[in-house]
Design a protein around this ligand. Structure first.
Ligand code: SF4
Ligand code: SF4
Length: 424
């Protein structure tokens, strides 16, 4: 799908600015009404989905050049998808796809952000987005008695992802996740240093060929290993496996689960029991890649037809992907079952959640903007009385930890795996 596929969408953007806000039906506090970190921080229409529709059309029609400011406008955006959900409340447009294709077009033209290129070069050499040696991938699991699926067989593959594989401060959480599953009797293994990136983060930066490469590689690896299920504690990997691979047309019969879905299932089967009290008031942050961006991909082919010379309709009708079908219940089910835990919700949740700030290449190229975004979320957590903010993705946790010194909100940061471990 090239950018010109979406020309109608760009033309039909009415500059209504719905994409800057959560829908008014779910607004509950005047301090937490916006959904777009980009417009909230930079406060100029170009730094919103609506503004980027205009920029994309200008570039497509050859009416503008790409300079440093243009690239900042395109890339100071987490690709969190909040805009897309809000736009689709009223309109049948694809602002998110336009922004994705705009990035791909910039890369194809050679209009590249140098900071991103460092990570992409690292990816091409070392198969990870952390600029680390691939030889060290798998070190996080040292000493755990777990099968390595290049030599042995198991039904389930545990895919740690780049962040957990190389962020030493988060290793204990990843080890806990795997240990919880091993102790529940799951026949599970890892790929160790043969594990590679999912390709998702590079795709969001605009590097479409990297996604294709890793989609082929990973699905071939799963088939060769003969696994039935892939489980990951990383929301980014989950979304790449579940949604982006399907978008690329990559076919496989392997079940993809996020760790929260798997733990929730094992709890319902009585294989994991949460019995210990965790006396803490917590709130839950929906990672964008586990929430609205994890809505299954729906392939559509057809025509756009003008009715009465004005209204454009899809023939056959196209299903709107509004973000409501992400993974929202499993993590909440788990939290509600932890004895002694007091679970409170924030003002912007589920498909209307505020982003942690780490996605879309922002953490890599604009770390101050990434941390600013996370600090706003920590403040929202404090306002609803939470003593801790819980997420379900290592990229969220890393960014919340990094942002903590930038805010007066005194909120601890956990991954949900840590609370499950405490409760077992
Ligand atoms: S992208 Fe959608 S919500 Fe945003 S200004 Fe355009 S039509 Fe309105
Ligand atoms: S993807 Fe997120 S940051 Fe980017 S324009 Fe949409 S809401 Fe704003």
């Amino acid at each position: 799908m090239a950018l010109d596929t979406y020309e109608e969408d760009m033309l039909r953007c009415t500059r209504c600015s719905y994409c800057k806000w959560i829908p008014h039906q779910v607004m509950s506090d005047s301090h937490f009404l916006t959904v777009c970190p980009s417009i909230d921080r930079y406060n100029f229409h170009g730094w919103s989905a609506g503004g980027r529709q205009i920029a994309a059309l200008s570039l497509l029609k050859g009416r503008t050049n790409v300079g440093e400011k243009f690239l900042d406008m395109i890339y100071q955006c987490q690709m969190c998808g909040g805009c897309d959900v809000s736009c689709k409340i009223e309109r049948d447009l694809e602002p998110y796809e336009v922004m994705q294709q705009l990035r791909i077009m910039c890369i194809e033209r050679g209009d590249i952000i140098p900071e991103h290129l460092l990570f992409i070069d690292g990816l091409k050499k070392e198969d990870n987005m952390m600029m680390e040696s691939k030889e060290k991938r798998g070190d996080w699991a040292e000493g755990l008695n777990v099968k390595v699926l290049t030599k042995e067989h198991a039904d389930v593959l545990f895919h740690a992802g780049c962040r957990y594989s190389f962020d030493h401060e988060l290793w204990s959480t990843c080890r806990s996740a795997l240990t919880i599953l091993l102790n529940a009797g799951v026949d599970i293994g890892i790929l160790g240093k043969e594990e590679t990136c999912c390709g998702g983060r590079s795709y969001e930066m605009g590097y479409a060929s990297e996604l294709m490469k890793y989609a082929e590689h990973n699905t071939d690896t799963w088939k060769a290993a003969g696994v039935k299920t892939v489980v990951t504690p990383c929301a980014d990997c989950y979304q790449a496996f579940k949604v982006l691979y399907s978008k690329t047309g990559q076919k496989h019969a392997v079940e993809v689960l996020h760790i929260t879905e798997f733990i929730d299932r094992l709890m319902k089967e009585g294989k994991i029991r949460l019995t210990k009290r965790v006396p803490l008031t917590v709130t839950y942050h929906d990672p964008c890649h586990l929430g609205r961006l994890a809505e299954p991909w729906v392939h559509w082919e057809g025509k756009k037809v003008k009715v009465n010379g004005q209204m454009v309709v899809h023939d056959p009708p196209k299903k709107k992907r509004c973000g409501a079908n992400g993974v929202y219940e499993a993590p909440r089910d788990i939290l509600r079952k932890i004895p002694g835990l007091n679970f409170v919700e924030m003002h912007r949740i589920r498909e209307y959640a505020w982003c942690c700030g780490a996605g879309g290449g922002v953490k890599e190229a604009y770390p101050d903007f990434a941390e600013w975004t996370a600090a706003r979320r920590l403040e929202e957590a404090a306002v609803v009385g939470a003593k801790a903010l819980v997420s379900a993705c290592p990229w969220c946790k890393r960014n919340f930890i990094d942002a903590t010194p930038n805010t007066d909100a005194r909120v601890e940061v956990y991954d949900i795996i840590e609370l499950v471990e405490q409760a077992i």
